[in-house]
Design a protein around this ligand. Structure first.
Ligand code: FAD
Length: 427
């Protein structure tokens, strides 16, 4: 396979150094073969290595090539559908378990950063910004809900208070979550890869899994080698294609776009986001933004169903950015990039086992920075024979998109258009 470079993002331009990693050219044997070196794969690998497993990671391109190295960098708690929705669709015991886990991913990230000394510009504090009174009402109930599950670092912000944390006139209020926050996403995943290697794990880059030979001793084939393992973890998310057809049928890759401005300078940056919190609004098709360590505004938003790469990303994102911050009209965009996340119909992650020894987690549907770190822990627990938390996820009901693989994109786009209209008119 040709040497796939990172997309030209701000993150790639400011990435910490990483060692060259070879492509797999042999036949190797291991306990666990992980497919995909994003947060899901590397979080799984780390927990497994810490528990004495031998781990080999296969990455089709480079560590963090997927969403983990391109995202908005926002540490957002809970899932893309909140615990109240889960409570309504599953029994109380399962909902309780999933609710308790909803705030664990952020803790795992902070533990990893501290334990392995990962330099990824970690900052505490994330704001959910309400554009309408209805959204503010939703945040009030979300606070009560999260507190019921033991999450206490929350503060409701009225219109005056939110103006103290973000210089945007669009908001009627918001909620500050001090256990939210932000990171340089590519440097986090690169640090996690280094941690995997420090514990004796092996990562092969430019080594796509092209076939899985299932059975009692499964084998993962790459173009020039193969890995025989006791267990396989499939962690390719939106970039996995049709490697595992059962998984492709129930999910849909979607693109979302991000820009980084030129450095704004200390003074302007402090005027926009005085406490350096990250912000996402409460729309269905939401905007999200934050400052980088060198005081650029990193601004993302929009969804392209079916994950086609838009021709002009700046033309999509700049108007959104200027709507929130008209004061940036003369500011240049230095970088613009796109990345894919995996959408499921319920917007809840899909976790499970194929046969006895192939495990997977995918499809956190937008908010995945925290969930993927939790997923690694839950998958590792299951491989160690403690499957209670794994089962709580695996038992969530999932359905294929209407229209199958052919028509799911227009159907989902139609649904999003409807929700986009609701956002626009404040319903
Ligand atoms: C632009 C963007 C912005 C986002 N912003 C946020 C945010 O601010 N906050 C938040 O919580 N979430 C955000 N998300 C979502 C979040 O980034 C993802 O949910 C998360 O990174 C998914 O991690 P992952 O490891 O499951 O998948 P990925 O990071 O996509 O990793 C999958 C890896 O598997 C590899 N792979 C695929 N197929 C194979 C194969 N056959 N063989 C070997 N390797 C393979 C890929 O190359 C890739 O490196 C965003 C997503 C995008 C795209």
């Amino acid at each position: 396979m040709a040497n796939t470079p990172y997309p030209e993002s701000y993150y790639a331009a400011s990435a910490n150094g990483a060692p060259p990693r070879p492509a797999l050219q042999d036949d190797v044997e291991t306990d666990v073969c992980v497919i995909g070196a994003g947060y899901t794969g590397l979080s799984s690998a780390l927990f497994l290595l810490e528990n004495g497993f031998r781990v080999t990671v296969l990455e089709a391109a480079k560590v963090g090539f997927g969403a983990s190295g391109r995202n908005g960098g926002q540490i957002v708690n809970s899932y893309s559908r909140d615990i109240d929705v889960i409570e309504r669709s599953v029994g109380p015991k399962q909902a309780q378990l999933l609710g308790q886990m909803a705030f664990e991913g952020g803790r795992i990230i902070r533990e990893r950063v501290a334990k392995y000394n990962i330099q990824c510009d970690l900052k505490d504090g994330g704001v959910f910004a309400a554009i309408t009174a209805k959204q503010m009402g939703h945040l009030e109930s979300q606070k009560r809900l999260w507190e019921r599950f033991g999450h206490t670092q929350l503060e409701l912000l009225d219109q005056r208070r939110i103006r103290e944390v973000v210089a945007c006139d669009q908001y009627v209020g918001g909620m500050l979550d001090m256990s939210g926050g932000h990171i340089h996403p590519l440097n986090l995943v690169l640090g996690e890869a280094a941690a995997v290697e420090s514990l004796g794990g092996t990562i092969y880059e430019q080594s796509p899994a092209v076939r899985i030979e299932r059975g009692a001793n499964p084998v993962v084939h790459t173009p020039q080698g193969k890995v025989r393992a006791k267990f396989i973890i499939v962690a390719g998310n939106a970039y996995i294609g049709n490697l595992v057809p059962e998984l492709a049928a129930k999910s849909m890759p979607c693109g979302t776009q991000v820009v980084a401005t030129e450095p704004l300078g200390e003074e302007l940056a402090k005027r926009l986001l005085p406490q350096d919190y990250c912000v996402e609004d409460c729309n269905y098709l939401l905007d999200y933004y934050r400052l980088s360590a060198d005081k650029r505004l990193i601004f993302g938003g929009g969804v392209v169903y079916g994950a086609r790469d838009p021709a002009n990303i700046e033309a999509i994102i700049r108007p959104k950015m200027l709507k929130a911050f008209p004061q940036l009209k003369d500011v240049k965009i230095d970088y613009a990039w796109t990345g894919n996340f995996l959408l499921t119909l319920s917007r809840l992650p899909q976790v499970g086992r194929l046969g006895d020894n192939i495990y997977y987690s995918q499809g956190c549907s937008g908010h995945g920075v925290t969930y993927t770190h939790l997923a690694g822990k839950v998958l590792a627990e299951a491989l160690r024979g403690q499957a209670e938390r794994f089962d709580a996820f695996a038992d969530l009901p999932h359905y294929p998109f209407p229209g199958g693989q052919l028509l799911r994109t227009p159907f989902a786009a139609l649904g999003a258009w409807y929700y986009g209209l609701r956002d626009k008119f404040g319903y």
